[in-house]
Design a protein around this ligand. Structure first.
Ligand SMILES: Nc1ncnc2c1ncn2[C@@H]1O[C@H](COP(=O)(O)OP(=O)(O)OP(=O)(O)O)[C@@H](O)[C@H]1O
Ligand SMILES: [Mg+2]
Length: 314
């Protein structure tokens, strides 16, 4: 599989390119708790950036700040050269879409209808044409339906168009959320734990889908607890701990940084009860054994023996 980004800077970011997303000094406070603390992030077209950190590190809150769900207490988000107002609809129209850690589908609507909902930010029929079902509305509705079917096939859900979202298996629901996000024609897609609760085969399929999305020219930011997934998938990784950016760099740099290991497993030598901590520790040992840590090109390396993710949604 091709690598869309030339990672010639030391932190893995592409040289001579303008970021599609620039977050500067993003801070989110809830009363006395600073969930996100002065975080910067640049995302370049055609790259996959991983966002990791222990539970409660502020990853989802950071996504919520980027996508206008939360108005950051401080800081600024620039997308495609313009400062983004913290309003979800404006963010989606600008070209940034997302999926959610806890799946948020319209449970009693079909798979096709769920994707069509994502498409409506790109249609122009007003309330009157919609009520009257005029020719413009009917033409746009047919186009929207055709695009929804195309996207369902793209994410591997061909044949499920008329299935109710609530009846789909869990892994299919996650794919459906991605199809709905893609229906908005994004330039950047943010995925919050896209493999949570998936079995190893579903995880591998999700990884292939994310590569396919990246190869179509989109930038991707992905939150994951599955370290093998993150280190195989990403061009760069940002690690948050207690709301602060601990380190940003290539997968190799992040995976071998003692502070990252400490953030997950503490300072003791004993194996932690936390499966994620053990997983990152295993990844580091693998790195020492087979020199995996130079930051594998996305798509390279074995997809086998992927550990099942047990965290579920939070
Ligand atoms: N709306 C809110 N009001 C108050 N506190 C919040 C709110 N949302 C998040 N928090 C707190 O902010 C901190 C960061 O939470 P967040 O969900 O962003 O973490 P996370 O890194 O996504 O964790 P996980 O890996 O468990 O999903 C937590 O302490 C959480 O309890
Ligand atoms: Mg989260």
């Amino acid at each position: 599989m091709s690598t869309a980004v030339t990672t010639s800077r030391s932190d893995g970011a592409p040289a001579n390119a303008a970021p599609i997303l620039s977050a500067r000094g993003v801070t989110m406070r809830f009363g006395g708790l600073t969930a996100v603390d002065d975080v910067d992030l640049d995302v370049y077209p055609g790259e996959i950036v991983g966002l990791i950190g222990p539970n409660g590190a502020g990853k989802t809150t950071f996504f919520n700040c980027l996508t206008g769900l939360y108005k950051p207490t401080e800081g600024q988000v620039t997308f495609d050269g313009a400062v983004l107002p913290p309003k979800p609809r404006r963010v989606v129209v600008a070209g940034m879409s997302r999926t959610f850690q806890n799946i948020r589908l319209f449970a009693n609507m079909t798979a096709a209808e769920n994707v069509m909902v994502g498409r409506y930010c790109r249609t122009s029929s007003g309330p009157l044409t919609s009520i009257l079902h005029g020719p413009k509305f009917r033409r746009e509705e047919a186009e929207t339906k055709a695009r929804a079917e195309e996207l369902l096939a793209y994410v591997g859900l061909a044949g499920y168009e008329e299935h109710l979202a609530r009846n789909l298996p869990y892994g299919h629901q996650r794919r459906l959320e991605i199809a709905r996000a893609l229906a908005t024609d994004p330039k950047l897609i943010l995925l919050d734990e896209p493999t949570a609760g998936m079995n190893p085969q579903e995880t591998q399929e999700a990884e292939d889908l994310i590569f396919k999305i990246r190869d179509s020219g989109l930038a991707v930011v992905v939150i994951e607890h599955d370290m093998r997934f993150i280190f195989q998938l990403c061009n760069r990784v940002l690690c948050l701990v207690r709301g602060k950016a601990l380190i940003e760099g290539t997968p190799g740099e992040v995976q071998s940084d003692p502070r990252v290991i400490e953030a997950y497993i503490g300072t003791g030598d004993e194996e932690s009860d936390e499966p994620v901590a053990d997983e990152i520790a295993r990844e580091v040992r693998t790195d020492e054994a087979d020199d995996f840590g130079d930051g594998p090109a996305p798509g390279a390396g074995s997809h086998a023996a992927r550990p099942d993710h047990q965290d579920g949604d939070r």
